[in-house]
Design a protein around this ligand. Structure first.
Ligand SMILES: Cc1cc2nc3c(=O)[nH]c(=O)nc-3n(C[C@H](O)[C@H](O)[C@H](O)COP(=O)(O)OP(=O)(O)OC[C@H]3O[C@@H](n4cnc5c(N)ncnc54)[C@H](O)[C@@H]3O)c2cc1C
Length: 474
């Protein structure tokens, strides 16, 4: 019976363990899986807290059902009745520009306009900017092969104004990255394929929507017994429902909390995993589901070259500030699911989600709960420098500036994610290719998680399942 040790009880490590156990069972085999998590809780960055009457998300607040692996995992775990669609009757995104909020024109898919009239009527983009975006259909394809920054790609195809007002806050914002050095190939390969295949993003996106009738934000109608899918999905009791259900499926005996892995050493055809307590555990396979810089620390004595490749991945720090106000104190309209702020506006926050409007079950009916994002692509220093009181008062000042919201917060909670998001900078895919080659020198070592091939929960689940499948086949 192969012994598999998984380092890290975030969603990647847990999804791998679930897949290994379920896969082995399906083939009437057994595997010995042990998840080692240094913290006293599982879930990693997926962290939900019930504080009084509030359900607060510290990290992700949703998953994208478009990345089917999360939905499939949730269904496998029996979570169908727990899945929660967003309250789409309120949906909409607003962008702060020239001291006011503008609606993101309908039909803009990530950054590509697909409808003429909403774009023509939009107050967000100037007329020269709109014309430049329309000219995208006549822009030549890029001749050179290889990677390019998101900023260069968008400016070349859709113009500078689209980069600054739409792509940077919306697209780079997802990655909490700076578009000037963010790899378009690693983050949005679909756009590069569209340019090469259709010669135009607008044409490519319109064709994609025609060939996939449900590529709209509302998605296909649910089958009987299935949850209704919206573009963003969550769980009634919050995102941590997913890692908790994984942990239940894996079983208590296969998870050790407070187990800090210090290093690994080769032993025969396998490895010995050494904990900081001095305890040594033998394994045939070791899956590192920890962030690349943590994995580098554990691997550095075993393979210094691999460790330095892992350290080459850069990270950004960000924070979330959840605030709740009495509904009667909120005298300004809160439209849509929230707003995003382009970097060029030089504000101290990046975005705000109206959590209790976007989701049900988050706050009492007489309260409004919002979540403000700080750091990431810009003003990252605030996450390090401000204490909780400072970050809360800064967020309140910014909400006053952007929305004119002057209410007192009745509840607040700050979470900080130091080096919480990997930055896929230009050349990331080439570095991942070399990393894969280096890892292949050590059969039985596997790298999974958000550091490598996708930051979203769906990507982490998918990569974990691929690695688990490889072990099952071996
Ligand atoms: C603020 C924020 C908002 C986000 N929003 C979204 C969203 O809405 N939707 C979405 O899809 N994604 C979102 N993401 C991204 C997503 O949450 C993460 O990419 C994903 O959860 C990472 O999972 P992981 O398993 O790779 O890593 P992690 O969750 O970081 O898990 C790694 C685990 O390894 C453990 N570990 C590390 N070193 C050791 C060691 N030496 N010994 C033992 N254990 C160790 C850690 O303690 C940790 O628990 C967001 C991220 C952040 C920070």
């Amino acid at each position: 019976m192969p012994k598999i040790i998984i380092v890290g009880g975030g969603i990647a490590g847990l999804a791998a363990a679930v897949h290994l156990k379920a896969g082995a069972k399906a083939h009437d085999k057994t595997v010995d899986v042990l998840v080692l998590e240094r913290n006293q809780r599982i879930g990693g960055k997926i962290l939900t807290e019930k504080i009084g009457d509030y359900l607060v998300e510290g990290g992700p607040d949703s998953f994208l059902p478009e990345k089917v692996w999360t939905v499939n995992l949730a269904r496998h775990l029996g979570l169908e009745p727990e899945m929660l669609p967003s309250n789409d009757k309120f949906k909409g995104t607003f962008i702060y520009s020239r001291k006011r909020l503008h609606s993101l024109p309908e039909g803009v898919m990530l950054m590509v306009p697909t409808s003429f009239w909403p774009m023509a009527k939009s107050s967000l983009i100037s007329w020269p900017g709109k014309l430049r975006m329309g000219m995208e259909m006549f822009m030549p394809r890029r001749r050179e092969r290889g990677d390019e920054s998101l900023a260069s790609f968008v400016t070349r195809r859709l113009g500078r104004e689209c980069l600054e007002k739409i792509a940077e806050p919306l697209v780079a914002g997802i990655h909490t990255s700076n578009p000037d050095n963010m790899s378009v190939l690693a983050t949005f390969p679909r756009f590069v394929q569209m340019e090469q295949k259709s010669g135009s993003l607008i044409r490519g996106m319109v064709d994609a929507m025609k060939s996939r009738p449900h590529a709209t934000l509302s998605g296909p109608p649910p089958k009987p017994g299935q949850a209704r899918m919206t573009y963003f999905m969550s769980f009634k009791k919050g995102m941590e429902t997913l890692p908790q259900a994984c942990a239940d499926a894996i079983g208590k005996d296969s998870i050790r909390l407070g187990a800090v892995v210090k290093s690994i050493e080769p032993k025969g055809k396998g490895y010995v995993v050494i904990l900081d307590s001095g305890e040594k555990l033998d394994a045939d396979h070791v899956m590192f589901a920890s962030s690349a810089y943590d994995s580098a620390e554990m691997i550095k004595n075993f393979d210094p070259g691999l460790a330095s490749q892992l350290r080459a991945i850069q990270w950004s720090s960000s924070g979330t500030v959840t605030l709740a106000f009495k509904r009667n104190d909120v005298s300004v309209p809160l439209k849509g699911f929230g707003f995003i702020i382009p970097r060029v506006e030089n504000r101290r926050i990046n975005a705000t989600t109206y959590s209790s409007i976007k989701w049900s079950y988050r706050a009492p009916d007489d309260m409004v709960m919002v979540r403000v994002f700080v750091g990431g692509g810009h003003h990252e220093e605030l996450v390090h420098e401000l204490d909780d009181a400072g970050i809360i008062s800064m967020a309140l000042e910014e909400l006053d500036t952007v929305l004119g919201l002057k209410a007192d917060a009745q509840f607040s909670k700050v979470y900080r994610w130091f080096n919480g998001m990997p930055k896929y900078t230009v050349g990331h895919l080439d570095r991942m290719f070399l990393l894969d080659r280096k890892v292949a020198e050590h059969p039985g070592i596997h790298l999974i998680g958000c550091s490598y091939k996708g930051i979203g929960i769906g990507d982490c689940v998918h990569e974990a399942q691929i690695a688990a499948e490889k072990i099952l086949k071996a």
